[in-house]
Design a protein around this ligand. Structure first.
Ligand code: TRP
Length: 334
């Protein structure tokens, strides 16, 4: 436990553009954690090969996800920010863990079944053992806390199973990794069309990306669903209006939110003005992040140095763990 701090590890898939949901749901947690914990944040480039064998866009995607996380406040001097493929020990630990992961339990994984359904012509072994690779990522640093969303709970459960199985068979090397978040209830950022939350795969016009231009942000916000307004004072808000208030609470000042709450309650609210206000506050929130991302992406040498530094930190920690693993599992012949 370097520096006496607990160890945190998480992986980010390099699948393009981050949106407001990623920011408030995940990245903000990472940024908060970097001062309290020893953090390993990894771009899961190897995992992406299980579903995206074409690597033409990979480098650009890896650069973008790194730049977006840094622009949001992750500090490469405080955390180990690295690429999975730069840590070859991952592959070694993955191999050992594969001997204690059973075909039956892997086939039962929800994400595996989903991917088989979506892509029946590419059911490769990497897809089946995706949770084993994820376990290797985590326990390679003997991490205890893993900040992830609900969709990763099953993978984390499997990581505990494999870590425990290793410990049971060869002796205690790994702590049990567990999900970690500051807010009990992860912040869900509602979609602008009033249905569900912002996500990459749903309606693009209802999701605000950190890369959206000012005009695009305005256009999306102004399209958000409203109606002709409340007619009774203090009426309950329909979901889609509640959602606009939720978004406003994320980026606008308390006074502004209060002003529109009051206007809603006394039926004087004008939804056109309401959305214009939100659009401007959203632009003021996203634009500085977007320019930082562009600046970071424009400095390829700087990005290389960041990746190198991250890899060094991750390699060091991985090397220490693998010594313990080889010793415990009887693979230390010298
Ligand atoms: N599977 C995770 C996702 O889809 C990404 C990931 C890879 C990860 N390795 C990890 C998450 C290790 C947490 C810990 O989002």
């Amino acid at each position: 436990m370097p520096g006496g701090k607990q160890i945190v590890m998480s992986g980010i898939r390099p699948t393009g553009f981050l949106h407001l949901g990623n920011y408030f749901g995940a990245i903000r947690n990472y940024v908060k954690m970097q001062d309290e914990f020893e953090c390993f944040f990894m771009v899961a480039d190897l995992h992406s090969l299980t579903t995206h064998p074409d690597t033409k866009e990979l480098k650009a995607n890896v650069h973008r996800v790194l730049a977006e996380n840094i622009a949001c406040g992750l500090d490469p001097d405080k955390v180990a920010l690295y690429c999975q493929s730069h840590v070859p020990e991952t592959a070694e630990l993955y191999l050992y863990l594969n001997m204690m992961a059973y075909k039956g339990e892997l086939e039962k994984t929800t994400t595996f079944k989903d991917k088989v359904r979506q892509n029946p012509e590419n059911v490769n072994a990497g897809l089946l053992t995706y949770p084993v690779l994820q376990t290797a990522d985590i326990i390679l640093h003997r991490a205890k806390y893993v900040p992830v969303g609900k969709d990763q709970e099953q993978h984390l459960e499997m990581a505990r199973t494999f870590a425990n199985r290793f410990n049971h068979r060869y002796g205690d090397v790994f702590p049990e990794p567990q999900a970690f978040n500051y807010n009990q209830q992860l912040i869900k950022v509602p979609s602008l069309d009033g249905v569900g939350k912002m996500s990459k795969s749903e309606n693009q016009m209802a999701t605000l990306y950190l890369a959206d231009t000012d005009d695009m942000i305005r256009k999306k916000v102004m399209k958000a669903k409203t109606d002709s307004g409340p007619v009774e004072p203090n009426s309950p808000k329909p979901d889609y209006i509640e959602n606009i208030f939720l978004l406003m609470k994320l980026v606008s000042s308390d006074e502004v939110v209060k002003q529109y709450e009051t206007a809603y309650n006394d039926c004087s609210i004008r939804y056109g003005d309401f959305k214009k206000q939100l659009a401007e506050d959203m632009v003021n929130f996203i634009a500085p992040i977007r320019s930082k991302v562009d600046a970071i992406l424009g400095d390829e040498e700087g990005l290389k140095q960041i990746m190198k530094k991250g890899a060094e930190k991750a390699n060091k920690s991985a090397g220490e763990t693998m010594k313990l693993v080889r010793k415990a599992s009887g693979l230390n012949y010298f």
